[in-house]
Write a protein that binds this ligand. Structure first.
Ligand SMILES: [Mg+2]
Length: 234
C-alpha cells in the first residue's frame, strides 16, 4: 500500500515573495474596481476563494456576486501569474528539490498537492520556482472548496480514482507550514507534518501539536523517515 503525500505549496514547497498577493490585487481591481484590504489581510493558510470573498465582502460586495465571479478571478490571477512569477525570484524552500528527487525514486508513494491555490495557478507557481508540477499526480485545490478542511477528502477520493488504492487518513500525510494545514490534516484524519519555512515559527506551530515539526526540509533522510513512519492502523 503506497503512502499518499499531500503537499501545500506556498511556504512549504516554494517561497513566493508576495507574488500571490499581487495577482489577487490585479484580478480584483480588474473585475470589481477595488481590492479591499489586500495589503493587510493575512493570506497564510487560507484558500483563494476564502481570501477573495473576505476581501470583497469587506468593502461591501454581496457574497453571491463575489462567488459568481470566482472563476473569472482565478483566470485573471493565473494570467497575471504567468506574466510576473518568473520575475519575482520565486524559489523552492530549503531541501525541497532534494526531497522531491528522493521521492521520485520510490515506488511506494503517491505525490499530491493540497493547496489553497486554484487549480490553474498551482502549476504556474511551481514551474516558476523550478519544480515540475507534473510529478504531483493528485491535487486538491482552493478552487474545489472554500474550506480547506474539505480538501483532504477530495484529495483522497482523487488518489483512489487514479491509483485504485483506497486511501484514508491512516496512509496519508499532509505537509504544510501553517496552523491551518495542521487543522486540515486533522479534519482528514491524516498525519500532520509542518515545516517552519513559511510565515510561522517553530514555537508558534508547536502550539497546534502537529505530528511532526521541522525547521526546514533539508535533512532528506530524516524527512523520509518521518513521512514513511508507520501510522496508527497503517
Ligand atoms: Mg502554505
Amino acid at each position: 500500500m503506497p503512502k499518499l503525500l499531500l503537499f501545500d505549496i506556498d511556504g512549504t514547497l516554494i517561497r513566493t515573495n508576495g507574488a500571490g498577493r499581487e495577482t489577487i490585487r490585479f484580478a480584483l481591481e480588474a473585475l470589481f474596481g477595488a481590492a479591499g484590504p489586500v495589503e493587510t489581510y493575512k493570506f497564510s493558510g487560507k484558500t483563494d476563494p476564502r481570501i477573495i470573498i473576505d476581501l470583497m465582502t469587506a468593502v461591501g460586495f454581496p457574497r453571491e456576486e463575489v462567488e459568481a465571479k470566482l472563476p473569472a478571478v482565478y483566470e485573471l490571477m493565473a494570467q497575471k501569474g504567468q506574466e510576473i512569477f518568473a520575475q519575482r525570484g520565486m524559489r523552492p524552500c530549503t531541501g525541497v528539490p532534494e526531497l522531491l528527487t528522493a521521492l521520485r525514486e520510490r515506488d511506494d508513494v503517491v505525490l499530491g498537492l493540497l493547496t489553497g491555490n486554484s487549480q490553474i495557478t498551482a502549476p504556474i507557481k511551481l514551474s516558476a520556482a523550478g519544480i515540475d508540477p507534473d510529478q504531483f499526480i493528485v491535487g486538491a485545490y482552493g478552487s474545489d472548496a472554500m474550506n480547506r478542511n474539505e480538501l483532504p477528502q477530495i484529495g483522497l477520493e482523487r488518489a483512489k480514482q487514479l491509483t485504485g488504492h483506497s486511501f484514508n487518513g491512516k496512509n496519508t500525510v499532509i505537509i504544510g507550514d501553517t496552523p491551518a494545514d495542521i487543522r486540515c490534516a486533522r479534519a482528514g484524519k491524516a498525519k500532520a507534518v509542518v515545516v517552519a519555512s513559511g510565515w510561522h515559527t517553530v514555537e508558534a506551530l508547536a502550539q497546534y501539536q502537529p505530528d511532526h515539526l521541522f525547521d526546514d526540509l533539508s535533512d532528506t533522510e530524516e524527512v523520509l523517515r518521518i513521512l514513511f513512519a508507520a501510522q496508527e492502523n497503517d
